[in-house]
Design a protein. Structure first.
Length: 220
């Protein structure tokens, strides 16, 4: 049987195909490596926020959250739930009334019945916002105090010459709108820091959310 000798152009095409396949395998491998590196960087940045495995603060929070889901609280506003849990006497009265009206069997069903009243839901939600604000305000103050103690007022500090951060730019824009002042010409992170400090910092923490109106529900 006659076997045809491959033509030079066929051999070149085969080589080209082989090179293309090799190039694709390399590209696929590099993509996997890049994705893995990105994930490793993400895990590294998140490492100080996870605080360990079983028995850690995060693990306990996840366990508590899963317990709340199992008793029917999945889908209920966590902010409103915080406001309700922060007022145990009122919560007990409302739960007693809800149970007497047939709510149950799980606590999630009972709280859903309580929150079916839009006035009560709004009251709890506002209290939740207040408590969240107080917690975040305390953390914000601690962070500002910690940052100030690291020597940021040193005019030669290296961080001052860095480009303005996205967070700083957002705060500057917000403050300009709130205060009705023109946008400043800020050249670096140090100038933005001084401008923000001069204008009282993050407006989120200027004023605590207002208290909700009193509820006329002494009977539950």
């Amino acid at each position: 049987m006659d076997t045809a000798t491959p033509k030079p152009c066929d051999r070149l095409q085969a080589i080209a195909n082989g090179l293309a396949a090799t190039e694709q395998r390399i590209a696929d491998t590099l993509a996997i490596v890049a994705e893995s590196a990105a994930e490793l960087r993400r895990q590294y940045r998140a490492a100080d926020k996870r605080r360990g495995g079983p028995g850690s603060a995060d693990a306990r929070k996840y366990a508590l959250g899963s317990t709340l889901v199992m008793v029917g609280l999945d889908g209920i506003s966590d902010t409103a739930l915080l406001g309700l849990f922060a007022h145990p006497e009122r919560m007990a009265r409302w739960m007693t009334v809800a149970i007497a009206a047939g709510a149950g069997p799980m606590i999630g069903d009972i709280i859903s019945s309580i929150f079916a009243d839009p006035t009560r839901l709004a009251w709890c939600d506002q209290w939740g916002r207040i408590l969240q604000w107080r917690r975040r305000k305390a953390l914000y103050d601690q962070e500002v105090e910690r940052f100030l103690k690291t020597g940021p007022i040193d005019p030669k500090a290296s961080w001052r010459t860095q480009p303005i951060s996205i967070g700083q730019a957002g705060l500057v824009a917000t403050l300009c709108e709130l205060l009705a002042v023109p946008s400043p010409d800020l050249k670096n992170r140090g100038e933005a820091f001084e401008w923000l400090r001069l204008h009282n910092g993050n407006p989120t923490y200027w004023c605590e959310p207002s208290l909700p109106p009193n509820l006329e529900d002494d009977n539950g």
